[in-house]
Design a binder for this molecule. Structure first.
Ligand code: PAF
Length: 273
């Protein structure tokens, strides 16, 4: 992969890079389309990164759909698929790790200790291997995108981090590889996330300044859905610092993480006034 990238760079071709863990859906394809429109070459990686999963998380059951993924990448006109295995990424003796202090302990970080170090380290490695001009991430993983932007700036990684809009199902549920874990009943219940985010956004657009009132309304809606087994967070945040807000700002992030059964789902909405 490093040699392939170097060949493109020597020919002055720009590389766009879309890192994924496979089980590709329209969200990933939208990132690929954006990359293709902005670069000469598009590289996609598929690597289910073990170091970003906690002990009791879904690493072992994470969906693996390599054949259909490859077909989707061919149809999307991707130039190169990079599919390393764990022993190449983390050979014996591997001992480095990137911590993006502060940002990584908020929101999901509180419930997934070590997760963002795993993400930052693997993304740094993938960027060093593929050396892209631009790398594409979805807004659905908002905190991940903030952390990766911070890491790229702090470590002088010469790559533009591009964050693309969340792609949703027709009824509003954010596309996610983990949606496949949901039963039909749970899938219907999961819509409460989009409804709560929309209600929060409407309150803000209608002039609500009290972030506590928005948070309460969102949490009341989520609590009213019987299939929601745990709300990890649902509140109003500063999109730059990820701090919880007492008062709505010009740019406000509404974000939710919850479980339906054992499936953990996240979603968010940016509201600009
Ligand atoms: O968003 C994901 O799919 C993963 O966190 C990423 C960026 C591919 C790193 O493993």
């Amino acid at each position: 992969m490093q040699q392939t990238s170097e060949g493109h760079r020597l020919r002055s071709r720009t590389i766009g890079f879309v890192p994924t863990m496979g089980a590709l859906h329209e969200g990933h394809i939208s990132l690929i389309k954006r990359s293709k429109s902005e670069n000469d070459i598009t590289v996609v990686s598929i690597f289910v990164n073990p170091t970003q999963f906690g002990l009791n998380e879904d690493f072992d059951k994470y969906p693996k759909e390599t054949d259909s993924d490859i077909q989707k990448l061919e149809e999307a006109g991707v130039d190169t698929l990079f599919m390393p295995d764990a022993s190449n990424m983390y050979p014996d003796g591997f001992s480095s790790s990137i911590t993006v202090g502060g940002l990584d302990s908020k929101l999901c970080g509180e419930f997934r200790p070590g997760h963002f170090s795993g993400v930052a380290t693997v993304v740094c490695k993938l960027l060093n291997i593929t050396r892209p001009a631009r790398a594409y991430f979805g807004q659905k993983d908002f905190q991940q995108s903030v952390i990766i932007k911070r890491m790229a700036a702090d470590l002088n990684i010469d790559c533009q981090i591009v964050v693309c809009p969340t792609i949703r199902e027709g009824d509003g549920l954010a596309k996610s590889s983990r949606n496949s874990y949901l039963s039909a009943e749970q899938r219907a219940a999961a819509l409460v996330i989009y409804r709560a985010l929309n209600t929060g956004a409407e309150m803000i657009r209608a002039g609500e300044k009290d972030a506590g009132a928005v948070k309460k309304q969102m949490n009341d809606m989520l609590a009213a859905e019987p299939l929601v087994s745990e709300v990890q967070y649902a509140s109003v945040y500063d999109p730059a610092t990820l701090d919880e807000l007492a008062e709505v700002k010009r740019e406000t992030l509404l974000a939710v993480a919850l479980r339906i059964g054992s499936t953990r789902l996240i979603d968010n909405m940016l509201v600009s006034l």
